[in-house]
Structures are given as structure tokens and as C-alpha cells.
Design a protein. Structure first.
Lengths: 224, 121
């Protein structure tokens, strides 16, 4: 889901970079107000966790690869704004140091994976369960939060890929950037995540949620 | 050797998380080995320009121009060569993970120094 340089036209990546900067400004303000200092090491740990979990590429035999992001569980534990900052740090390091995701696409990738995943995860959990819900119901909520949020991000990426042939075409009529239209890009991104990679984020979210629920229940932001 | 920024993470409640991160680091070559074993290729939409040309029979002009705009120091988490044996690539993958984790920890502590957060109660 790390969009490389060259896939998005400037008409797409410039507004998304702008949106990312605006969201980041809000995130810094929110986190300053709410988060206390003892959480700082966890911010680093969360970013490192997200970075590493994204290195676990899962194969579709004979097909493509994909991975979990970890942004869903970070959102449930520390809140969506902390997750946004932690996962953004991981994504920016991936782009600048490892060429995973383009530098022009940093805005798009951070919006998809560091903004959409944490907020979808947070609200999906809140819709399914609250702090008085049974452990079983909370487990379902955590699983669905992971599953649906990764799929939402994949759909966003699919749309960003798919609109390129509509908005950026050369004088010869050929696409200038990502070549596949929405009718191909959207189902391709959605299906592989609905069928395979969404479950990776769901399982990671579920396992870590259950661990914290048993050992550090008071700590979980989404249950406050 | 303990740097100032390591002190808070070496305090007891965080030890478990350090071990957890360590386990992820040791296991991360699975992200290389499994796709290799199951013959899975690039992620969707993350192909090289050449591969796009092969797939569609056409090289997108803007893509060709923008794709090489930036060269990362450690492209694809690979410190060696593409045709190194899987064992060597796995070790390099762990080292890349360690470098990335280290950079991230330094950045987040730097950010926290710049951002005056609420004091611990």
C-alpha cells in the first residue's frame, strides 16, 4: 500500500501533502493537550512496532504481497491522534531511508495508513463495543476495527491509483502516471485486502488488544 | 553504554515492550522468506517503470520522469545485492529493521523534547 513516486500525478499528491500537513498540525495540538509525558516512550515503541510489522510481507501464492500496518491497535491503545503521529513517523522513515513509498507520495501514504486506519479503527470499535461490553464483544470489536480499517485504507489507495488515468493523460491519450483505471485498481486493491491482508491487521489488533485487556486494562484509551 | 534517551525505555515497565520489539526484529525475515517461498511478487501498484511497460505495453511519461526523483540510501531494506542468498538477505533485512527502529526511536524522543507535553502526574 506504499504508493511509490511516479504513480500519482501532482494534481493528486500536492493536495494530499497539503491535507497531511494540516492533519499533522491538528494532531500535534491534540497530542500536546492530552498526552502526558510518561507516554512518550510508548510513542516511540508504537512507531517502531508499526515500522516492523510492515516488514512482514505476506504472500498471496503466485500473486502479490501485502502487510498489516499496526495503526489500528495503536489507535485503540493510545487514541487515533497518537497513532497518526506514530505511524506517520514510521512511514516517513520508510520513504526517506528505505525507498518504501515515494517522497512525493508521503502525503497520500500517511493519509491512507496513518489517518484513515486509526480513525476507522477507533470508530468501528466504538460502534460495536463500549467499556461495559463483554470481553467477547470487545474482541469482536477489536477484530473488526483492524479488518475494516485496513480495507478502508486499501480502498482509498485504490481510488488514488484509479483516478490517475482520468485526470492525467498525455497528448497521445496514454496515461501519464498510474496506468490502471478505477474499474481495475479499486477491485484489485479492495479484493486482496478483503480476502487476505485485512485479516492480518484484524489478528494483530485482536491479539494485542486481548493482551492489554488482561494485563493493563486501565491503559486502553478506547475503553476510557 | 546508556545514552540519555535510552534511560526512560530501559526502566522496568518498558522492558517487556523492548523484548517484544526484539522478537519482531528477529522474526522479520519471514516477510522476505514467505513471499520467496510462495513465489509472490511486488505489492499491487508498486512495480518498477519497466514492469509497468511490460504489463501495459506503454511507458507512462510522467511516471518515468518522477519515479527516479529520489534515491533512498537503503532501497528495499536491502543492504546487499538482489541475488544474494536468502540467508544473507535475511540477515541484512534484520539489520535494516534495526537501523529503522533506531532512527525512529531517536526521532520520537527528539520530537517529544520539542513538544512540551503534559507532565507526569
Amino acid at each position: 500500500m506504499h504508493i511509490p513516486d511516479g504513480y500519482l500525478s501532482p494534481q493528486t499528491y500536492v493536495p494530499l501533502l497539503g491535507l497531511f500537513v494540516a492533519v499533522a498540525a491538528v494532531a500535534v495540538k491534540k497530542v500536546k493537550e492530552k498526552v502526558d509525558k510518561k507516554l512518550v516512550p510508548f510513542l516511540g515503541m508504537a512507531a517502531a512496532f508499526s515500522f516492523l510489522i510492515m516488514m512482514f510481507n505476506l504472500p498471496i501464492p503466485g500473486g502479490t504481497t501485502g502487510h498489516a500496518v499496526g495503526a489500528a491497535i495503536i489507535a485503540l491503545l493510545f487514541g487515533p491522534w497518537v497513532s497518526f503521529i506514530a505511524v506517520s513517523v514510521a512511514l516517513i522513515v520508510q520513504a526517506l531511508v528505505f525507498g518504501d513509498g515515494g517522497i512525493t507520495a508521503i502525503g497520500a501514504n500517511c493519509i491512507n495508513m496513518a489517518f484513515i486506519i486509526p480513525f476507522v479503527s477507533w470508530y468501528v470499535f466504538r460502534i460495536i463495543a463500549n467499556k461495559n461490553a463483554s470481553f467477547k464483544r470487545m474482541s469482536v470489536a477489536a477484530f473488526m476495527a483492524g479488518y475494516l480499517s485496513l480495507n478502508a485504507a486499501a480502498i482509498a489507495a485504490g481510488i488514488e491509483f484509479g483516478i490517475q488515468p482520468l485526470i492525467a493523460v498525455g497528448t497521445d491519450g496514454n496515461p501519464l502516471y498510474a496506468p490502471y483505471p478505477l474499474s481495475i485498481a479499486l477491485p484489485a486493491m479492495a479484493l486482496e485486502h478483503l480476502l487476505v491482508f485485512g485479516f492480518a491487521e484484524a489478528i494483530v489488533t485482536l491479539i494485542i488488544f486481548r493482551y492489554f485487556f488482561k494485563h493493563n486494562k486501565d491503559f486502553i484509551e478506547v475503553l476510557k | 553504554m546508556t545514552f540519555f534517551f535510552m534511560k526512560p525505555i530501559l526502566m522496568k515497565p518498558y522492558q517487556k515492550y523492548i523484548i517484544f520489539i526484539g522478537i519482531l526484529l528477529v522474526l522479520c525475515p519471514l516477510g522476505l522468506i514467505l513471499p520467496h517461498y510462495f513465489k509472490a511478487g511486488d505489492a499491487w501498484g508498486e512495480w518498477s517503470v519497466e514492469s509497468v511497460k511490460q504489463q501495459t505495453g506503454h511507458e507512462p511519461v510522467g511516471m518515468k520522469k518522477t519515479a527516479g526523483i529520489f534515491s533512498a540510501p537503503i532501497p528495499d531494506y536491502s543492504l546487499g545485492k538482489e541475488n544474494d542468498p536468502l540467508s544473507k538477505r535475511s540477515l541484512n533485512y534484520i539489520i535494516s529493521g534495526l537501523i529503522g527502529t533506531g532512527i525512529i526511536l531517536i526521532i520520537t524522543f527528539g520530537v517529544s523534547k520539542l513538544m512540551p507535553l503534559k507532565k507526569e502526574e
